[in-house]
Design a protein around this ligand. Structure first.
Ligand code: 5GP
Length: 212
């Protein structure tokens, strides 16, 4: 799917672990009924309360590797020692139906999507500071100290990648961050490329090929 479908958009959202990306996405999702949330495959074990098919597709390593061989993933990456991948069929189905798609993926996956689909819009969520991030990770305490230390070092590296994203949101105050997120999605819907079908009827025949 190299070309942007007439009425759909892909939003790629990345953030280091502990920035509050999931909370932020859950907060804005009721405002965007046409927005579908990609359910990734992962080899990481489920956390308490996570449901197969809703939060992730929990795959064994063998299943995941088979998926890679069978070209099942639009992108995939090795993140924090586990494999994660985006199911291409799910995304293609939604785009065919004219839906928008949100991919919550890491910076390696975002790079792959950007190369393949340059029209996808990329959004990076920053913590207010590294100190605040450390504190949030400590409070979350769903992982061991060793994992937390690894995630903090990874966060530092991941943040360096924010320089090539289209949009940055700082998640200091949740309400403000959600307002920024909503504003970005709204602006992207007013993007000229996204409004082509509305603009087209007004254009003189000589200009039609320019936007086709
Ligand atoms: P977690 O294990 O905390 O749910 O996610 C760890 C990291 O993996 C997060 O940065 C998340 O965005 C990323 N991730 C989740 N699904 C995918 C995916 O399908 N592809 C890639 N590249 N990263 C993913």
């Amino acid at each position: 799917m190299p070309r942007q479908p007439a009425s759909s958009q892909i939003f790629v959202v990345s953030a280091p672990s502990g920035v509050g990306k999931t909370t932020l996405i859950n907060k804005i999702s009721p405002n965007w009924p046409n927005l579908c949330f990609s359910v990734s495959a992962t080899t990481r074990p489920p956390r308490a309360g996570e449901v197969h098919g809703k939060d992730y597709l929990f795959f064994s390593r063998e299943e995941f590797i088979r998926g890679v061989r069978e070209d099942r993933f639009l992108e995939w990456a090795h993140v924090h020692g586990e494999y994660y991948g985006t199911d291409s069929r799910q995304i293609e189905g939604w785009l065919t139906e004219g839906k928008d798609v949100l991919l919550d993926i890491d910076v390696q996956g975002a790079r792959q999507i950007r190369c393949m689909l340059p029209w996808a819009r990329t959004i990076f969520i920053l913590p207010p500071s590294m100190d605040v991030l450390q504190e949030r990770l400590r409070k979350r305490a769903t992982e061991t100290i060793e994992v937390l230390t690894k995630r903090l070092a990874a966060a530092q590296r991941e943040i360096q990648e924010a320089i090539w994203y289209d949009f940055i949101i700082v998640n200091d105050d949740l309400q403000e961050a959600a307002a920024d997120f909503n504003a970005i999605l709204r602006a992207c819907h007013c993007d000229r490329a996204a409004q082509t079908s509305k603009l087209k009827p007004f254009l003189l025949p000589s200009l039609q090929p320019v936007i086709d």
